[in-house]
Design a protein around this ligand. Structure first.
Ligand SMILES: NC(=O)c1ccc[n+]([C@@H]2O[C@H](COP(=O)([O-])OP(=O)(O)OC[C@H]3O[C@@H](n4cnc5c(N)ncnc54)[C@H](OP(=O)(O)O)[C@@H]3O)[C@@H](O)[C@H]2O)c1
Length: 344
């Protein structure tokens, strides 16, 4: 079996840590593994199965003698090091927003558009976590009846901001229980001009504000969905909201199709789709929730019902672990697909 020299940039972060676990779980064919991060974490020891790995500060030379690099350190760092890695012959799978909309860069969810890997030129983008969770439910419906319009509202977990946000919500819980004032420093994002309490609150502001009063997160859901599904005619509008949940993003999808589809057909189509679990039994009060989907690889779909206000409409409730399928797992699946197709 061929094995690969692998580097993980952002190995100490929420996604990087999950990715290491998934590589081990799935017996990824690793010859050597390099853990890269900033100077802050250089020298830190990571436990990888029985082995210990010392974190190194990333430099362009870190990518010498590497076959495959997973980038999960944010867009600025990706822009800084992607070319250096590619110049050294490395195939980069990038988790940030830096290159997703570049027409030269495939944006991949393997269950949906793995064939787009055939035109990669050393750089492949992993979609935004909310986009991946939505398209896992939307793509099978699109294939059968064509998506005309989608209205998406998200309920996004704090871990979507990274490891520091998980700690911050924990601290807010402790401060509340101890009757202390809540010290808000991370939400809606560490770099925002103002910060709000996350505990017992909802914040309709994910990533920076952009064109038309939408946030960048909302635009990512529009543009990335169209790119993955190869159809710019799909009308999509989004409202993205941070909620005080540690892990797993939830999404309400209101879908208008070109052809009518019964809820029974929608359920059958989704049950047959790879990577999703239909969990929709009203008699037993069963529907997806973040606590059920956390640490699960599948995107769970429930509350499937007709939208009676349009000729061919459906409402769905979709929940998935955004650190796994929304980030680390999807990245590993892309790498596995590259290997299967002999594209590394
Ligand atoms: N969290 C999610 O649910 C999620 C989902 C989809 C995509 N993503 C994307 O995945 C990426 C990582 O997110 P995360 O949630 O894992 O963030 P995180 O927990 O904050 O981790 C960030 C990682 O990047 C490293 N890093 C930061 N600045 C660096 C620099 N200047 N040079 C080298 N390394 C640097 C950090 O290393 P240090 O230890 O040295 O600080 C850490 O390993 C982001 O692009 C994010 O948008 C995240």
């Amino acid at each position: 079996m061929t094995t690969y020299d692998v580097a993980i940039l952002g190995a100490t972060g929420a996604v990087g840590q999950e990715l290491i676990g998934i590589l081990l779980e799935r017996d990824f064919p690793i010859k050597s593994l390099k853990a890269l991060a900033s100077a802050r974490s250089a020298g830190r020891i990571l436990e990888i199965g029985q082995e210990k790995l010392v974190v190194e500060e990333v430099t362009p030379e870190s990518f010498a003698n590497v076959d495959l690099a997973f980038f999960m350190a944010g867009a600025t760092v990706s822009r800084q090091f992607a070319q250096a890695a590619q110049d050294r012959g490395v195939v980069v799978i990038d988790n940030s927003s830096a290159f997703r909309m570049d027409p030269e860069v495939p944006l991949i969810v393997p269950e949906i558009n793995a064939d787009d890997l055939s035109w990669h030129s050393g750089l492949i983008a992993n979609p935004n976590c909310s986009t991946t969770i939505a398209v896992m439910a939307l793509a099978p419906l699109h294939a059968h009846a064509g998506l005309k319009r989608v209205v998406v509202s998200t309920y996004q977990a704090v871990s979507g901001i990274g490891a520091a946000a998980i700690d911050d919500l924990h601290e807010q819980v402790v401060q509340y229980v101890q009757g202390k004032p809540i010290n808000a420093t991370t939400f809606p994002s560490p770099s925002a001009a103002k910060h709000y309490q996350m505990l017992f609150n909802l914040i309709p502001h994910i990533d920076a504000f952009d064109e038309g009063g939408y946030t960048k997160e909302e635009w990512k859901m529009v543009r990335e969905t169209q790119k993955i599904l190869h159809d710019d005619s799909i009308q999509i509008t989004a409202t993205t909201v941070r909620v005080p949940v540690f892990r797993s993003h939830s999404e309400s999808l209101n879908v208008e199709l070109h052809k009518p589809m019964t809820t029974a057909d929608a359920r059958r189509i989704l049950e047959e789709a790879p990577g999703v679990k239909v969990y929709d039994n009203l008699a037993e009060q069963e529907y997806p929730m973040p606590l059920l989907t956390t640490d699960d690889d599948r995107v769970w779909i429930g509350r499937i019902r007709e939208d009676f206000t349009v000729p061919a409409g459906l409402n769905l409730w979709v929940v998935g672990d955004q650190i796994r399928k929304g980030a680390a797992l999807n990245t590993v699946q892309i790498a596995e697909e590259l290997i299967k197709r002999d594209l590394v």
